[in-house]
Design a protein around this ligand. Structure first.
Ligand code: AHR
Length: 496
């Protein structure tokens, strides 16, 4: 079979919410401390304590939202420990992540001010596992109440008169596991209870998210939708990409074609999960009012040799870039149900777009994919047709599609098409045609991320070993362009 892509320019779909391109920052390893926050007295250039280089890099990819403080950390986090004078803040042990002391120097004010600095939406994950209803209610009041109340007064005493905006709040994290080891039925009741007190104090409505299933736990989705659909705006879903399952994790940079293939297959599994969870959601919510919120996704490899195993610090190669490209295409194509997603995690943890070491910063191949895909943010999804042979490897009975694609039209009229070629052995000659455009496309430009090494990566010695490059493409003829995609590549084509 030959490759071919058709973009149906007249079949406009849902808006691809900007929030699909969201991020996640947990009190885990060097994500917050060192990755984002160095403190105002640091010799590392900073804006009121936030790394200048990281802030600028995140603005460039138009970070739409940021999730905090966890993850597993969220269900043992007590927000009052992280406000007030820093020297008086309670120290705690971060039991989930390396058993290190957390001095709470980064707390609610530091997070909410960061979101303002980044001009992104704040997404806070509340504590159900070890917290109380009152604690959650008071946190929301502290952040959002614009009047005279005990929590608003406390906020003012701590230096912030005006409330912040809190668009997103999730009631617990992974409550089937680290967030309390609950059954779906037990959590559904707790969700109903806790969310009652996540109040809207002002005119801005908080989008309430229920803690969702792990991977293919369809029973969880069924129970939550059955019991609480009318009390939620979103349901979370977590799926990590593994080379060979949870127990078969390998180093991020040392793998062969078998590791390449199995990892990309695990990435493609995201689409099956989206379809199956959506079917259950459709049963209880046919109008698709409840968003599927994939608030943890990305590759989970072994930690880099010599680093703290509890810090989850891993490198990031062309393989991770392909995972990002495939997954983001899946999200774009399911934009009718997927309303937000958060890559795990922002810096120095799991599939990070950013790595830091002291004053130095490296942008990973994943960062460059986010940059290449950013024009999809807020654009209207366009249906695509894709013909592509399977890429198979070894004795595996089932292959994966060699190419993946998604397309959108921005308010400016520009059409963005993002394509991945997962096949490490075969280039792909791909005619891309735009059908039904009101004004025929006449101009094309493109960018590519590729290497002849499947484990190419950027490090502190070679920070620009793998970056996006301009990709020569001829002007469309009768609405068609022809791409010659090398093996192992991610391409963005912009048509107007
Ligand atoms: O992202 C790392 C961890 O993975 C999160 O804390 C948890 O929610 C998930 O299991």
């Amino acid at each position: 079979m030959d490759h071919a892509i058709i973009v149906y320019a007249q079949q406009k779909g849902s808006v691809i919410e900007r929030d699909i391109y969201g991020h996640f920052s947990e009190h885990l390893g060097r994500c917050i401390y060192g990755g984002i926050w160095v403190g105002p007295d640091s010799p590392i250039p900073n804006i009121k304590g936030y790394r200048k280089d990281v802030v600028e890099a995140l603005k460039k990819i138009r970070i739409p939202n940021l999730r905090w403080p966890g993850g597993c950390f969220a269900d043992e986090y007590h927000w009052k420990d992280g406000i007030g004078p820093k020297e008086e803040r309670k120290r705690m042990v971060n039991t989930h992540w390396g058993g290190v002391v957390e001095d709470n120097s980064f707390g609610t004010h530091e997070f909410m001010d960061l979101c303002e600095l980044l001009d992104c939406k704040a997404y806070i994950n509340g504590n159900v596992g070890s917290g109380t209803v009152q604690e959650m209610q008071e946190w929301v009041e502290y952040i959002t109440f614009d009047g005279d109340s005990p929590m608003a007064r406390l906020r003012a005493k701590n230096g912030r008169e005006k409330p912040w905006k809190l668009p997103y709040f999730c009631v617990g994290n992974e409550n089937w596991g680290c967030g309390g080891n609950m059954t779906a039925e037990h959590y559904a009741n707790l969700y109903r209870n806790f969310q009652t007190y996540v109040r809207n104090y002002g005119k801005d409505k908080i989008y309430k998210i229920a803690g969702g299933p792990s991977v293919a736990d369809y029973h969880w989705t069924e129970v939550l939708m059955r019991e609480a659909t009318r009390m939620m705006d979103g349901l979370s879903l977590h799926h990590y990409t593994f080379e060979n399952g949870w127990n078969g994790k390998k180093p991020a940079t040392v793998f062969d074609e078998t590791g390449w293939f199995s990892t990309l297959k695990s990435a493609y599994y995201m689409d099956e999960l989206l379809v199956n969870h959506s079917k259950i959601m459709d049963k209880y919510d046919p109008e698709k009012k409840v968003g599927l919120i994939v608030d943890e996704w990305g590759c989970w490899h072994d930690v880099e040799p010599g680093t703290n195993p509890g810090f989850l610090y891993q490198q990031n190669t062309l393989r991770d870039a392909l995972v990002a490209g495939i997954t983001l295409n899946c999200f774009n194509n399911r934009a009718d149900r997927v309303k937000m997603a958060n890559l795990a995690q922002l810096a120095n943890v799991l599939q990070s777009p950013i790595l830091t070491e002291g004053p130095d910063m490296v942008l990973t191949p994943t960062y460059h994919v986010l940059d290449m895909y950013k024009n999809h943010q807020g654009a209207t999804h366009l249906a695509t047709g894709l013909a592509t042979p399977e890429y198979r490897h070894g004795t595996e009975a089932k292959g994966i599609p060699a190419l993946s694609v998604s397309a959108s039209r921005a308010a400016s009229g520009e059409i963005t098409v993002t394509i991945t070629n997962a096949d490490p052995n075969r280039p792909a000659t791909v005619p891309v045609s735009v059908a039904g455009a009101e004004t025929p496309v006449t101009k094309a430009r493109a960018e590519i991320l590729t290497s002849d090494r499947m484990n190419a990566f950027n490090d502190f010695q070679n920070p620009n070993a793998l970056t996006a490059k301009p990709f020569a493409v001829a002007a469309p003829k009768n609405g068609v362009i022809e791409l010659d995609m090398p093996p192992m590549s991610v391409v963005t084509v912009t048509l107007s």
